[in-house]
Design a protein around this ligand. Sequence first.
Ligand code: NAD
Length: 270
Amino acid sequence: MSNLFSIKDRVVIITGGCGVLGTSMANHLASEGAKVVILDRNAKLGNELVDSMIAKGYDALFLETDVLNKEILEQNKLNIMQKYGRIDVLINAAGGNMPGATIAPDKTIFDLQIDAFKKVVDLNLFGTVLPTMVFAEPMVNSKKGCIINISSESALRPLTRVAGYGAAKAAVSNFTKYMAGELATKFGPGLRVNAIAPGFFITEQNRDLLLNPDGSYTDRSKTILAHTPFNRFGEPEELLGTLQWLVSDASAFVTGVVIPVDGGFDAFSI
Ligand code: NAD
């Protein structure tokens, strides 16, 4: 069974790898023997993260990127191919909500800042589509590879306030299924595309919505927890089992699925 879940020596790219969830994924996959390439726009955090991983004996590389810039992504691909000679796994984790794109409780759709809405769609949707276009190419050439997109609970059930983020993540879920068909039917069944839809995890991109300045829960947090059968937020580590299953051959016949990891939020109403 341990062989079935093995990810040893897989070359794994994680966009947004310096984020709270990305860092946890990067450390876990590297600890399981994967060669992890962290792509992020934050060079300071990226270099610190890779230094700390190498100090633990892991195989890790940081490359600065912008997931919305195809030219930079192409350059990243050249660097990765030069160092490792292949790409086995792409995890599209760069993303998140932006404060300007949130409709405050005393505002309505008529107050929506359309530029902020577009920025959220750009980052979450095109920030998934562009890296897929660039990094799926070596996978297609070797007829083997796997892509994991990070969608969101907000794609499954529209959440109040985060209209742009929800729309963008719903598009990511749809694109996941589209790409599963596109790659397998045109290039072969060794290519898989799936997504994880995390529920609520307190990280940089949602801290202001979930925590008051003094660290106590906002009313929104209390509402979320009341709708979560487990009655708590998730810990980043709780995504790792699902991630390893999707990265490894244990899920060899699984493609086009979006898996909620959410303490039951999606399954529960009142
Ligand atoms: P985070 O804000 O901690 O990390 C996001 C990372 O993406 C950061 O390191 C940031 O530098 C990087 N990034 C942003 N724009 C970029 C760009 N243009 N190019 C390259 N890198 C860029 O967020 P997180 O909570 O760790 O989120 C990771 C993913 O999980 C996101 O897609 C997010 O939408 C999703 N998600 C998070 C939650 C949650 O509760 N935290 C829930 C559902 C889905």
